[in-house]
Design a protein around this ligand. Structure first.
Ligand code: DX5
Ligand code: ZN
Length: 218
């Protein structure tokens, strides 16, 4: 298992104070910053685009972990790369040419991830595993923060872990992660935990560091 990373999702941040919200989780000890990009087509919500990635890039030196919930993704990969993303994750369900998308991300010098919706089997990534830097298992149906963890995701984390073997691929989980379920998620094999509402709920920066620590300790 690679080192544990906590990746707070800025989807639950106060967007009127976004720079401060990013700074606060950076200073609060988060390793990564999770950026949820939604297009109102692949998922039933619209969130942020490359301009926001560019705007927060100078605010933190932490890894920008950009989760694209958009279809098609390919026409926008370059914009997200240029905006300063470190990891670019596309959904396996977002188009017929996952291998092409991953090659494009790698050719831009970025780390490449694939995300799987709850209904998508781990087997769809078997043939691209050697192109991957990250696998993102969705533990909610993507589109909104604050949903409950789908327990079936634990089995998929174990399957993904087995597929990864000893490759240096981060195994990330996204949706409904809290200090209460972080232990079983990590035991199943995940090393990167996304948490939106569990960290940003209430939007009081003084609470972020203790909440990040609670998840890490679990
Ligand atoms: C879901 C997003 C998640 C979400 C997580 O569509 O991909 O990153 O913001 O939020 P919580 O942790 O509140 O489930
Ligand atoms: Zn996400």
């Amino acid at each position: 298992q690679l080192p544990i990373k906590i990746s707070p999702s800025i989807l639950s941040a106060d967007f009127a104070r976004l720079g401060d919200e990013v700074r606060a989780i950076d200073e609060g000890g988060a390793e990564w910053v999770h950026v949820d990009v939604m297009d109102g087509h692949f998922v039933p919500n619209i969130s942020i685009g490359p301009m926001i990635v560019e705007a927060i890039r100078p605010v933190t030196k932490k890894i920008l972990d950009v989760h694209l919930m958009i279809a098609p993704a390919d026409p926008y990969l370059e914009a997200f790369a240029k905006a300063g993303s470190d990891i670019i994750t596309v959904h396996a369900e977002a188009g017929p040419h996952l291998d092409r998308s991953l090659q494009a991300i790698k050719s831009m010098g970025k780390k490449a991830g694939v995300s799987l919706n709850p209904s998508t089997p781990v087997s769809v990534i078997e043939n691209v595993i050697d192109r991957l830097d990250l696998i993102l298992i969705m533990s909610v149906n993507p589109g909104f923060g604050g949903q409950s963890f789908i327990p079936q995701a634990l089995e998929k984390i174990m399957q993904a872990k087995a597929l990864i073997g000893d490759r240096p691929i981060d195994l990330e989980v996204d949706g409904g992660v809290t200090a209460d379920n972080a232990e079983e998620i990590a035991r199943a094999g995940a090393n990167a935990l996304v948490a939106g509402s569990a960290i940003y709920k209430g939007n009081d920066p003084a609470t972020y560091a203790p909440r990040i620590n609670d998840i890490r300790r679990a």
